[in-house]
Design a protein around this ligand. Structure first.
Ligand code: GRF
Length: 192
C-alpha cells in the first residue's frame, strides 16, 4: 500500500513510520511526505531517507479549500492509498476531509474521546487524571472525532509536567502508529 505522511514540524511520528516501512515484510510503502511548513525539520529526515517531499504554505492560498486542493493534487499525484497525519497542524475543509474519510489516519496524544484539541497533556493534568495515552483514529470532518483504531495507555506520575507526560506519551505514539498502519495496510482491520 502507498502511504503519504503530512507533517508540520519535528516529525518524530513520521520517522517511526518511515523506519517501520523499511522492513521488507511491512505492508506499506511511504511514498511521500508533505508539509505546510517549508522549514519543518521532518522534511530533512524524509529526504535523507529517500522519501520524496512536497511543501506548500497555506499562507499562499486565499482559502482553506484552495490549499486543500493543492494537498489533494499532491496525494493524487503520489497515487496514495492512505494518508497519515503526524503533527499536521491544519484543519481541513469539510470537502477534503469527506473525500479522504476512510483513507486518512491521525494520531492524537490523548485517550480519545478525552482531551480533544490542543494541549491534551495539560488538559489531563488539570483534570487530575492518573492515566493518559494516545490514539490512532480515522479522520472525519469533525476534529479529533473519528473512530479509534488503536490506543495505548501511559501512567501519569507524581510530579509530571505537560512536558514529561508528552515525552512518555510520544514513546507510545511511536509504537502504535506503525502498528495501526500495518494492521490497516495488511487488511487486518476493516476499512472505515
Ligand atoms: C505528537 O504528540 C502527535 O501526537 C501530535 O503532535 C505531536 C507531533 O509530534 N499530533 P511529531 O511531529 O510526530 O514529533
Amino acid at each position: 500500500k502507498r502511504v503519504a505522511i503530512l507533517i508540520s514540524g519535528r516529525g518524530s511520528n513520521m520517522q517511526a513510520l518511515i523506519q517501520a516501512a523499511k522492513h521488507a515484510d511491512y505492508p506499506a510503502e511511504i511514498v511521500g511526505v508533505f508539509s505546510n511548513k517549508s522549514d519543518a525539520p521532518g522534511l530533512e529526515y524524509a529526504r535523507a531517507n529517500g522519501v520524496p517531499t512536497a511543501t506548500r504554505s497555506h499562507k499562499d492560498f486565499a482559502s482553506r479549500e484552495a490549499f486543500d486542493a493543492v494537498i489533494d493534487a499532491t496525494l493524487e499525484d503520489w497515487e496514495v492509498d492512505y494518508v497519515c497525519l503526524a503533527g499536521f497542524m491544519r484543519i481541513f475543509s469539510n470537502g477534503f476531509a469527506r473525500k479522504w474519510t476512510g483513507r486518512m489516519l491521525n494520531i492524537h496524544p490523548s485517550l480519545l474521546p478525552k482531551y480533544k484539541g490542543l494541549h491534551p497533556h495539560q488538559q489531563a493534568l488539570d483534570d487530575g487524571a492518573t492515566v493518559h495515552g494516545c490514539t490512532v483514529h480515522w479522520v472525519i470532518p469533525e476534529l479529533d472525532d473519528g473512530p479509534a483504531i488503536l490506543q495505548a495507555e501511559v501512567p501519569i506520575l507524581p510530579g509530571d509536567t505537560a512536558e514529561t507526560l508528552a515525552e512518555r506519551t510520544l514513546a507510545a505514539e511511536h509504537r502504535i502508529y506503525p502498528e495501526a498502519l500495518r494492521m490497516l495496510a495488511s487488511g487486518e482491520i476493516a476499512p472505515l
